[in-house]
Design a protein around this ligand. Structure first.
Ligand code: GRG
Length: 304
């Protein structure tokens, strides 16, 4: 449970180098490299796509996909391409999020944002390229049967849709500090960030053969986790440094986040509420050695 500002910074810092996560993270990075090495990476557009995608991110969403599959008896190899598709969607969203017409951020993942390095038009096209790459990867994933491919595509498309990332980002851009209450923030966080977390774990579970009830449980876990993660990101925006976070901070000073409206402690309390809810869902009906529970405990310093 986060109990101080430095704990939030430490959490993001240690997520980059937590030894137990090295194997799946390296597998994701190697596969992403392979999946985007088809020949057009030599072009400026391909270069921009790989620049954004292969930059040193924490890979938390694909790690969730892998752990959710393993929780349901699946394997890293069986779910790897789906995990990579999730990361492609995330990287596509980061490119757009940083554009001058959105967050106007110049620094991301410890380096220049894609539009700063490649120009706005190339960055925008690189985002669309990564988004379509995600669906191409799932549609041609050898480890999945036809029904699983189609289910995962539906789950991921739903996450990007106006009910998910796109709508959440729109609501975020049009929100002001004056007209927002805690409920509005929860709804925006749920769509902007929770939707992809939910899709990450649901698709992992689906690939491993989970049924409707388990998939719903995973969705609910992911939505809570995503909301907690966004609150912690908001706290880090207010308290962290560009050096530690690898991206611009202080971008939300005039935004309606709980860290702004209710102060740092308000942001931390909200994160804690969602982490508690996620933990309750996670520990419902689970084996003792659940990889998803381990990932959760390692990342958030939560009792296993
Ligand atoms: C077309 C896919 C697509 C989206 C369009 C721009 C947009 C709509 C949505 C933005 C969603 C967004 C960027 C939400 C912020 C989520 C967040 C906390 C990002 C930072 O995640 P980390 O810390 O980043 O996991 P790394 O770099 O480690 O992967």
């Amino acid at each position: 449970m986060p109990d101080s500002r430095s704990r939030v910074e430490n959490m993001f810092r240690t997520m980059h180098r937590t030894a137990p996560l090295d194997r799946p993270r390296q597998a994701v990075e190697a596969r992403l490299d392979m999946l985007t090495s088809s020949g057009d990476e030599a072009s400026r557009l391909g270069e921009a796509m790989r620049y954004a995608l292969l930059a040193p991110g924490k890979r938390f969403r694909p790690l969730l996909t892998i752990a959710a599959a393993e929780r349901h008896g699946g394997s890293l190899e069986g779910v790897l391409d789906v995990a990579c598709a999730v990361e492609c969607i995330h990287a596509a969203s980061l490119i757009l999020d940083d554009l001058p017409c959105m967050d106007d951020a110049e620094f991301r993942r410890g380096r220049q944002a894609t539009h700063v390095a490649f120009g706005e038009s190339t960055a925008l096209l690189a985002s669309v390229g990564l988004l379509s790459k995600a669906f191409e990867i799932v549609a041609s994933a050898q480890a999945l049967d036809t029904a699983a491919r189609s289910d995962v595509i539906a789950v991921l498309a739903g996450a990007v849709s106006p009910a998910g990332l796109v709508g959440g980002q729109f609501a975020d851009l049009t929100a002001s500090t004056e007209d927002q209450c805690g409920d509005g923030i929860g709804e925006r966080h749920s769509r902007k960030t929770g939707a992809l977390f939910a899709a990450a774990v649901e698709s992992g579970a689906r690939v491993a053969g989970a049924g409707i009830a388990e998939r719903a449980l995973m969705r609910s876990f992911g939505l809570n986790l995503g909301q907690a993660y966004q609150h912690l990101d908001d706290v880090a925006d207010a308290t962290g440094s560009t050096e530690t976070m690898g991206k611009d901070v202080g971008k939300d000073a005039n935004r309606a986040t709980l860290a702004v409206l209710d102060g740092i402690d308000g942001g931390l309390r909200a994160a804690d509420r969602h982490l508690r809810a996620a933990a309750v869902i996670l520990h419902h009906n689970t084996a003792e050695r659940d990889p998803l529970a381990r990932l959760f405990a390692t990342t958030f310093g939560w009792p296993a």
